[in-house]
Every structure is written in structure tokens, then in C-alpha cells.
Design a protein around this ligand. Structure first.
Ligand code: AMP
Length: 510
């Protein structure tokens, strides 16, 4: 009587209602031959052929399939082919170092690793029982022209595991169920007004929390989705002009890159009155919002959430009563994280931490029972973000309780960077903090106490990190100190160390 809420539902509806429509347009410029323009009927065929390929490779239901790929139609199809057919997809951030990716593939216990051809050589040392490079030669293995084994749809099954950097030295695997993803995608679509006239541009890395659910929402509602492989401001504008884009998602740093490109665009930038841009990942500067509305004429929306919440928790979209406001005031209203989305309850505890309750909260952290128990302990999910609900019931994120730096919308665990710096023989003590940065919102700064009699230059310490960590996680500056502020029990006082760099600002996050 009840239909299980699985992500396959979105594909089935796309095939049934919009089968003849071109739904997915692959990136034309990529090392693997482009899949070109795919109707939703074809996307469905490819997904089933991929599931049959997994059957033939002996990958059983419930096993993990890791994928490291820049945005590509093959990655999009894998959401349906792998996760939609009873396996768990583990989409991995392609910017991570080979060492970090090796850890994730091992920790997830993946039986198969799918790799973007451009990344294959760099990832040669990543260990996995089986590995296939995405593209023409292995398509024959990965896509089989036969019916796949029938998976009994189960909304409680883990659809994806998304690794995210948090408060621990190692990334944790966020287990999201089909039900989580289904509810996130439908509520997101409802709030953002996704419809069959929409032409979406994948400006957000799809590995990032399932592209915020967009691959599912757009398919189910018959919208077209263009794949963008390399995120670049001018290229985004060119695609907006060429393909009549109406919708995209972007971190504040990407919004700023688009604005910078628009400044040198010959003539009025494209998409005025047509494009809606959904921004999240970090708090967008009010000035950015104002400029998007004024200089581009695009509608600005903000959402707030975490990988752990699939991600949608709040949404802020222009309301009718804000129409008469002057642009600056409106931008300030839109600068708040937003009002709770349907199905979300929010509260701020006595420490100022934002807590959430919803059906989009993760099932647990993969193979981390203690972390899972802690995250789900008292029936409220602890976001680690500091904030308040204002008199309109809108959430404002003003601080961060967790030891995480957000640069260009990507989370960086301070502890992970500290661990790497401590492995340098000249380093005695280290504190890694986020400091404001005009381009990236925040950037990584290391405060280092050298061991007695030891020498190490800033450049040397940064190079040490670059060999071991993804570039975006590496400090952009290192300051040598005689000592670091600590509590009586010896705990680093990060808020004291951060304070001088954030002085005079309304918020302690960017
Ligand atoms: P991730 O799990 O990578 O999606 O990162 C989640 C974190 O990004 C949150 O805990 C926040 O710290 C931050 N974040 C996401 N959206 C917003 C937003 N609209 N405003 C402020 N911070 C945000």
C-alpha cells in the first residue's frame, strides 16, 4: 500500500512523464568521450545497464561503490545506476590528495572504485579490490545490455555515504538513506520552485552531498540539467547565455567569481530576470547578494544545511513584503540563513548552538558508532554552528562551535591540518585557525611554536602540508609564535587565537 521513498522514484517519474525530453546534457569538454544529450528515457536505460554491469562484476546489494569524478553525466547516472539499484554510492571529493582518497576508499570498504580519466594517474596508489576508469573503454564492462537483478526498494537502505571533514582528524562517512535523499530533494524542489521549464547548470560539485539533491529533484520534475565540469565565472556566464539557464547552486566564492566575470562581460550580463541562484556552504556577504540582484538581475536565494542533514535545513527566498525595501535592506534580509524548511524543527541551545530535528538527519556515521551515538544522542542533531533565531523566526549563523574552517564553501578540519604540521620535525606546537579572506571567505592560518633549536620557514611548512593534504586545506600563511593561548588544563583557546583577526566584524564566520 505504501510506496518506499527511494531515489529511483525520481528516475521512474522522469522516464514515465518526460521520457522523450532531453534531460541531461553532458559536459562536451572532458577526457572521457562525452555522453552528449541524453533523454530521460536514455538516462533510465543507462542506469539499468550500469546496475547490470555491477551484477556482472559481482558487486552485491549493500556493497559500496566509490566514485571520484569531476562533474560528468556518468557520475549523475551512477546515482541512479548504483544507489538506485541497491548499492551504496560513495562520491569522493576529487580535490582531496591521493592519500586522503585512499583512506576513504579503505574506510568505506568499497568493492569497486570508479575514477575520472583525468585523475587516474594521480590516484594510481589508491587501493581498492577493483577499479575502473570512467569512459569509453570501460563502459563495455560497466554498462551491460541486460536486465539488472531486481532490488527490493527499501527507503531505510543507505543510498550514499558522503565523507565530510568535521571535528576529527579523519573525515567521517555520513550515511544518508533513500528516505533522507527523497525528502531532501522534494522539499528542496518545492522551496526553490523547480519545474519542467527549468534549465539547471551543475555549478556545484555533484559529489558534494549529492549535488544538494538536485540530480534527483530535476529528474523527477522534468527539468533539463547541464553538466559543468570546471567551475569558472566566465564559463558560467557563457553557458547561461548559450543554454538559457534558469537555475544554479553556488557557494559564495562562486557567486563572487561570476560577479568578477560579469564586470568584464561585453554588454549586459546574461540571464537578467531569468536566473535563480541558490547560495550556501558559507554565509554570503551582503554586498555579494546586493550585486547579484543589481548587476546581474538574478534572483538570490540562500539555504543552510550540512552534509549530515542531506543538506537542507533552512531556506531564504525573497518574500512579497520585501519588494518595496531598498536593495541594501533586502540584501540584509536575504543574508540570513533562512526560515526552517518544511519538515524541519530548529532550536538554539543555551550555548548558542543550532540544533535541528528532521527526517533529513543522517542515519549515522559509517563505522563510527561513538560519533554516531554522540551526533544523535538527545534527539536533536547538533550542527556545531552558532547562531540565533531573529524576531521573524529566521536563522542567522553568526559563529562556529566546531573546529572547522570553511574556505570556498569546503569544510576543513583544523585538527587534520594540525596533525600534518605536527609531523614536521621542527614543529613543537600548532594551532590552525580560519581568518577572513576576501576571495574564499576564510583561509587557513597556522600558528606554530618551533621545537627548541629548530628552524623552519613559512614556505617549508606550507610545502610540507601540500605534499600530504588537498591544496585547499593547506595554510596560506604561517606565523611563528613563542607560545599559544591555552586553558589551565592545557586546551588550546582557539577563540582567543582567532579574535584579533576577526576584530570589528559582526560575525565570527565568513
Ligand atoms: P557541508 O557539510 O560541507 O555542507 O558544510 C556544512 C557547514 O557549512 C555548516 O555546518 C555551516 O557551518 C556551513 N554553512 C552551510 N550553509 C551555510 C549558510 N547558508 N550560512 C552559513 N554557513 C553555512
Amino acid at each position: 500500500m505504501f510506496v518506499p521513498l527511494t531515489i529511483l522514484d525520481f528516475l521512474h517519474r522522469a522516464e514515465r512523464v518526460y521520457g522523450a525530453r532531453v534531460g541531461v546534457i553532458d559536459e562536451p569538454q572532458q577526457p572521457a568521450p562525452s555522453l552528449g544529450a541524453l533523454t530521460y528515457a536514455r538516462v533510465g536505460e543507462l542506469a539499468r545497464a550500469q546496475a547490470a554491469g555491477l551484477d556482472a562484476l559481482g558487486i552485491g546489494f549493500g556493497e559500496r561503490v566509490a566514485i571520484v569524478s569531476q562533474n560528468a553525466a556518468r557520475l549523475l547516472v551512477s546515482f541512479f545506476g548504483v544507489a538506485g539499484h541497491g548499492r551504496t554510492l560513495v562520491p569522493i571529493n576529487f580535490r582531496l590528495s591521493p592519500h586522503e582518497i585512499d583512506y576513504i576508499v579503505g574506510h568505506a570498504g568499497a568493492s569497486l572504485l570508479l575514477v575520472d580519466p583525468e585523475l587516474d594517474a594521480a590516484l594510481a596508489d589508491v587501493k581498492c579490490a577493483r577499479r575502473l576508469v570512467l569512459g569509453a573503454e570501460t563502459d563495455a564492462l560497466l554498462y551491460r545490455d541486460q536486465a539488472p537483478l531486481a532490488w527490493t526498494p527499501d527507503e531505510g537502505a543507505t543510498a550514499t555515504i558522503n565523507y565530510t571533514s568535521g571535528t576529527t582528524a579523519r573525515p567521517k562517512g555520513v550515511q544518508l538513506t533513500h528516505r533522507n535523499l527523497w525528502l531532501n530533494a522534494t522539499t528542496f524542489a518545492l522551496h526553490a520552485g523547480v519545474n519542467d521549464r527549468d534549465v539547471y547548470l551543475h555549478t556545484l560539485p555533484m559529489f558534494h552531498c549529492n549535488g544538494w539533491g538536485m540530480p534527483f529533484a530535476l529528474a523527477g520534475l522534468g527539468a533539463a540539467q547541464h553538466v559543468l565540469r570546471k567551475i569558472d565565472g566566465a564559463e558560467i556566464l557563457r553557458r547561461v547565455e548559450r543554454h538559457g539557464i534558469t537555475l544554479m547552486c553556488a557557494a559564495p566564492a562562486v557567486c563572487n567569481a561570476v560577479l568578477a566575470a560579469a564586470a568584464s562581460w561585453p554588454g549586459p550580463p546574461p540571464g537578467r530576470g531569468r536566473v535563480r541562484v541558490i547560495c550556501a556552504g558559507a554565509p554570503p556577504p551582503t554586498r555579494t547578494i546586493e550585486r547579484i540582484e543589481a548587476e546581474l538581475g538574478w534572483e538570490f536565494m540562500q539555504i543552510y544545511g550540512l552534509t549530515e542533514t542531506s543538506p537542507l535545513l533552512t531556506i531564504n527566498r525573497r518574500r512579497a513584503e520585501w519588494d518595496p525595501l531598498d536593495p541594501r535592506e533586502r540584501a540584509e534580509k536575504l543574508g540570513r540563513a533562512g526560515a526552517p524548511a518544511l519538515g524541519v524543527e530548529l532550536r538554539v541551545d543555551e550555548h548558542g548552538e543550532v540544533l535541528a530535528r528532521s527526517n533529513v538527519v543522517l542515519a549515522g556515521y559509517w563505522r563510527e558508532p561513538e560519533a554516531s551515538a554522540a551526533a544523535l544522542a538527545d534527539d536533536w542533531f547538533h550542527t556545531g554552528d552558532g547562531g540565533y533565531l531573529d524576531d521573524e523566526g529566521y536563522l542567522v549563523i553568526s559563529d562556529r562551535k566546531k573546529d572547522v574552517i570553511i574556505s570556498g564553501g569546503e569544510n576543513i578540519s583544523s585538527i587534520e591540518v594540525e596533525d600534518v604540521l605536527c609531523s614536521h620535525p621542527a614543529v613543537a606546537e600548532v594551532a590552525v585557525i580560519g581568518v577572513p579572506d576576501d576571495r574564499w571567505g576564510e583561509t587557513v592560518k597556522a600558528l606554530v611554536v618551533l621545537a627548541p633549536g629548530q628552524q623552519a620557514s613559512e614556505a617549508e611548512l606550507i610545502a610540507h602540508c601540500r605534499e600530504r593534504l588537498a591544496h585547499y586545506k593547506c595554510p596560506t600563511s604561517v606565523e611563528l609564535r613563542d607560545e599559544l593561548a591555552r586553558t589551565a588544563t592545557g586546551k588550546l583557546q582557539k577563540f582567543k587565537l582567532r579574535a584579533p583577526y576577526w576584530q570589528g566584524r559582526a560575525k565570527a564566520v565568513n
